[in-house]
Design a protein around this ligand. Structure first.
Ligand code: WTA
Length: 631
């Protein structure tokens, strides 16, 4: 991948500027830093509240900030209920296409009926405010309904990515103390059925907390169901309890909306907690301004709802803004590499938001696939999840965007809830840079002591000021919230992102990558500790170290150095067996690219594995500082 070039500048056309929702950045940004509470109160006032907040931001107990304190709302009040009172009621909320080509559409009116029915079913199963419901589903409309139904009755959802194994699923169910899981028999991917209910069945065996499983029939494959534990969704839906009228639960601004598990540098995945109030305001504002949302738009975020991008920018931000969203179940290249372009043409999609990995994956099939479809409805493009390299940016811009769709490269995290660095359509773009901070966020690139580094120098990206989308805490572990994100710069009170970045002379931010042991494979987030923990469960392994090395399609790939027990010998067969072990026990995305065997791992005198050294050696770079290495 060629280095990105800091000089190239793409200035938006006059047409883009003329129609932009936000016409000016510098002054508004300055204002949003001088008076953040006034800025955010103005944004919050565009939403509906059962009761207005007493205080925009309660800073009395940092880092547990409380946005819109005293406010009463429910994200569903804004994502569905208020739309029923306007013309939006009859507008399409969801256009869905399954991989085999089946389609379903829902107006906001129909969405409300579906969500209310699902909500009543959950209530009849004893789900109440504050409970955590686990969702493990393919990308079908019921996945969205299930999330929204939980929110409506004040339960928190915990969506687990469908690519995770039964053990990873069970860990997350147990950590959340979840009693109810919602799944489907399976889903379609690359022309095949991916089983899901059978994975849930295995997870339930490992879970003491799980009592009830609701299964949506999607593929019709045979599944094992147990009396008094397993229910078909369509059976429940036909019962009188599944009425299509349901009151939305009134919540406090700071009440939990969802948990989302994500990997950090140490230990097991943790669940970040997002709340109803601040998160509603933040996702709606960022989505409306950055994607320049118009009432007539058809908007497609082609992420998986199992990750934060799906939560904030498939589901909540767009629905609050009353958008028509596109959902597609399957693979981008099935049955042909123009499946996405066919969808864009068929439904007249205006905004397409995806990841560099997906762009690179489609780019390799060549220009003829997008070119043979009429994709001229596209107005704006977006990218997220990892730095986008110049080739992918240029292809996306030139071939998909035909040279006139600005690319919104958005930098953010599960923890931030929404965009923190992102352009607006009026921002001149530099390929590979997420450009400038979104309103209200004061950022800096600093060294370990917290001193700001010079322009063009690499350092750690920190966020200096609280923002409404920020996670409230780590579920059941506030101490971990502090130690992971707030301890390093506790003197200054800054949020530590874990990313390395640079800021150039023009104030543009360039994300380099993680500076901790988080690995981004195809934009999906995994932790070295998580991978090594699963490796260690194989009888051949004493210990191992997982690192990320650059990969032409995935951005990064997992490489493992493993130390074998005495009675095992390195071999190609063992390498393959360990790869399958990772797939089976953590998930397909965790399959390593390569496993190398070694006698010992390099460690510091205090016993920490020096992954950085393994990485620099693998990449043929200098060793760096080895003073802490053990003899
Ligand atoms: C990386 C995904 C470069 C970054 C929304 C961050 C990016 C991590 C970008 C969070 C981008 C996300 N350019 N890197 N536009 N967006 N990242 O929690 O390393 O899955 O810390 O959230 O993804 O990953 P997460």
């Amino acid at each position: 991948m060629a280095a990105n070039d800091e000089k190239t500048l793409f200035t938006p056309s006059q047409e883009v500027v003329d129609q932009a929702n936000v016409k000016e950045y510098d002054q508004q940004y300055a204002f949003s830093l001088e008076q953040p509470e006034v800025f955010w109160a103005e944004q919050a006032a565009q939403l509906s509240w059962y009761r207005e907040w007493d205080k925009v931001l309660d800073k009395s107990n940092p880092p547990f900030f409380n946005w819109f304190q005293g406010g009463r709302t429910n994200i569903i009040l804004n994502a569905i209920d208020r739309h029923l009172l306007s013309a939006t009621r009859n507008k399409l909320a969801v256009i869905w296409e399954g991989e085999p080509g089946d389609t379903r559409t829902f107006s906001y009116h129909a969405l409300n009926r579906e969500v209310s029915q699902f909500a009543n079913i959950l209530k009849s199963m004893g789900v109440k405010k504050g409970d955590v419901v686990t969702i493990y589903m393919p990308q079908i409309p019921e996945q969205l309904f299930a999330m929204l139904a939980c929110a409506k009755i004040g339960a928190a959802h915990s969506v687990v990515y469908g690519g995770f194994s039964h053990e990873a699923l069970a860990d997350r169910i147990n950590d959340a103390n979840s009693r109810v899981v919602i799944t489907a028999d399976g889903g379609y991917r690359r022309g095949k059925v991916v089983e899901m209910k059978s994975v849930v069945n295995k997870a339930m065996e490992l879970s003491p907390t799980m009592e009830i499983c609701i299964t949506v029939k999607r593929t019709g494959i045979e599944v094992y169901m147990e009396n008094d534990r397993d229910y078909w969704y369509h059976d429940l839906k036909s019962l009188p309890i599944a009425s299509n009228k349901c009151e939305t639960e009134v919540m406090d601004s700071s009440d939990m909306l969802f948990l989302l598990y994500t990997s950090g540098s140490t230990g097991r995945p943790k669940a970040l907690v997002h709340t109803h109030g601040g998160y509603s305001v933040y996702t709606a504002t960022t989505h409306r301004m950055v994607f320049d949302i118009k009432p007539e738009d058809r908007y497609w975020c082609a992420a998986d709802p199992g990750w934060i991008t799906g939560h904030s920018y498939i589901v909540y931000g767009p629905l609050i803004n009353g958008s028509t969203i596109m959902l597609y179940e399957g693979a981008p290249n099935h049955p042909y590499p123009d499946r996405w372009w066919k969808i864009v043409e068929k439904y007249g999609i205006n905004i397409l938001y995806t990841s560099p990995t997906a762009i690179r994956g489609l780019m390799r099939f060549g220009d003829s696939w997008p070119n043979r479809n009429d994709i001229s409805s596209l107005r704006l493009l977006g990218s997220v999840g990892e730095p986008i390299n110049a080739e992918a940016w240029n292809w996306f811009h030139k071939v998909v965007g035909r040279g006139n769709c600005p690319i919104m490269d958005t930098w953010w995290q599960t923890e931030t809830g929404g965009f923190v660095i992102a352009p607006l359509p009026i921002t001149p773009l530099k390929p590979g840079s997420a450009t400038k901070p979104f309103f209200g966020n004061e950022l800096a690139i600093v060294d370990d002591a917290g001193n700001e580094v010079a322009a063009g120098e690499e350092g750690t990206l920190v966020i200096k000021t609280p923002w409404p989308g920020m996670a409230k805490s780590v579920f059941n572990d506030p101490q971990r919230f502090i130690s992971t994100y707030w301890e390093k710069y506790s003197k200054q009170g800054w949020y530590h992102t874990g990313d390395s970045a640079k800021k150039d002379e023009d104030g543009y931010y360039w994300i380099i990558g993680r500076n901790d042991d988080v690995i981004k494979v195809s934009g999906y987030r995994l932790g070295s500790a998580e991978i090594e923990g699963v490796m260690a469960r194989h009888p051949a392994i004493v210990e191992s170290a997982a690192i990320a090395l650059p990969h032409h399609l995935k951005g990064n790939a997992i490489h493992i150095t493993a130390v074998l027990r005495n009675n095992y010998k390195p071999s190609k067969e063992l390498e393959l067996e360990l790869m399958l072990h990772m797939e089976e026990h953590l998930g397909k995305i965790a399959r390593p690219e390569a496993i190398q065997f070694a006698e010992l791992l390099p460690k510091t005198r205090s016993g920490k594995i020096m992954r950085r050294l393994l990485k620099s050696r693998a990449m043929g770079l200098p060793d760096g500082d080895l003073s802490t290495m053990e003899e």
